[in-house]
Design a protein around this ligand. Structure first.
Ligand SMILES: [Zn+2]
Length: 301
């Protein structure tokens, strides 16, 4: 049986007030729940390590990165990110970048690997946005190619929100295909044009969603055969999510995650997963929803 590499770091949690929309303890809660699952023996945990500074500059403007490090972002920039910019957030933002990159390296070796964070897809080249400081998906895609590890990367973003920052950073970059299935009526209100965007109506349910997903696989395969897939398995498509407008059940989300993994496994394409968005005031609930992609990985591999 395959051991599934899991990237984690104890420093992933984010210090936010209890009333904040972002649940800052979901990362440690997810890790502790993973260790109690009936599939925990299939998981092999690795600690993510800090990133190389120069690699970050392929993804973000140097003055933006410096202002994050020095914590001198303007009030408006902080408001756009909508998280308190303390030293912990700065530290974990760098760790999470390398966490997704290392997940991709493990996926190239093992066929699959899963990050217990990542999917900060609203971060743009010169600014953060919507709980996202740096963009781990764009960072990973660009650096995999730059370091000659792969030539072609598919970023498959199934978070309920469009990954506008990923599209911004990857626009025109050779070898990167961005695909997003997102709720049209949801944030960000100004959508970007990625390689393939599938806009979904509010309140879409499991069957209709899964049909769209299978059609999307076909559309991608007409144009692009990636060397690796970076999969954002956001669970804010759940009907009980605080910030999503879709109506998927937890069973539907597990079916989605298994379908994605099976599709690329059957095509012998490695896949690295990130957890993406998921919003609930209760960290136990939200962590339980994020278990889906890990359960799917152990089911499929
Ligand atoms: Zn989201």
């Amino acid at each position: 049986m395959t051991q599934i590499p899991i990237l984690y770091n104890d420093a992933y949690d984010i210090n936010v007030p209890v009333s904040h929309r972002f649940n800052g303890t979901k990362f440690s809660k997810l890790a502790s729940q993973l260790k109690q699952t009936d599939f925990h023996q299939r998981l092999y945990f690795y600690q993510s390590s800090p990133v190389r500074y120069r690699d970050v500059l392929r993804t973000h403007a140097v003055d933006y990165v410096q202002r994050v490090v020095e914590r001198t972002l303007s009030q408006e920039e902080v408001r756009q990110i909508n998280l308190p910019i303390d030293s912990q957030l700065v530290k974990r933002s760098f760790l999470a970048l390398n966490g997704t990159f290392t997940t991709a390296l493990k996926a190239l070796e093992e066929g699959v690997a899963c990050h217990t964070a990542g999917g900060t897809h609203h971060a743009h080249y010169t600014n953060g946005l919507g709980f996202c400081v740096f963009n781990d998906l764009a960072f990973t895609a660009l650096n995999l190619i730059e370091h000659g590890l792969v030539k072609k990367v598919l970023i498959l973003d199934l978070d309920v929100h469009q990954g506008d920052g990923t599209i911004d950073i990857c626009d025109g970059k050779k070898g990167i295909y961005t695909c997003s299935l997102h709720c049209e009526q949801n944030f960000p209100f100004q959508k970007r044009q990625g390689t393939l965007d599938v806009a979904l109506d509010s309140h879409l349910e499991d069957t209709a969603y899964l049909n769209k997903l299978h059609n999307t696989f076909k559309d991608i395969s007409k144009d692009f055969t990636p060397d690796i897939v970076l999969y954002d398995a956001g669970v804010d498509v759940f009907r009980g999510d605080q910030l999503g407008y879709l109506d998927l059940t937890l069973e539907g989300i597990l079916t989605r995650d298994c379908a994605v993994l099976e599709y690329f496994k059957n095509h012998n394409i490695p896949i690295a997963t990130v957890i993406g968005g998921g919003y609930s005031p209760c960290d136990t609930d939200i962590a339980r929803r994020h278990l889906s992609i890990f359960r799917a990985a152990t089911d499929v591999f």
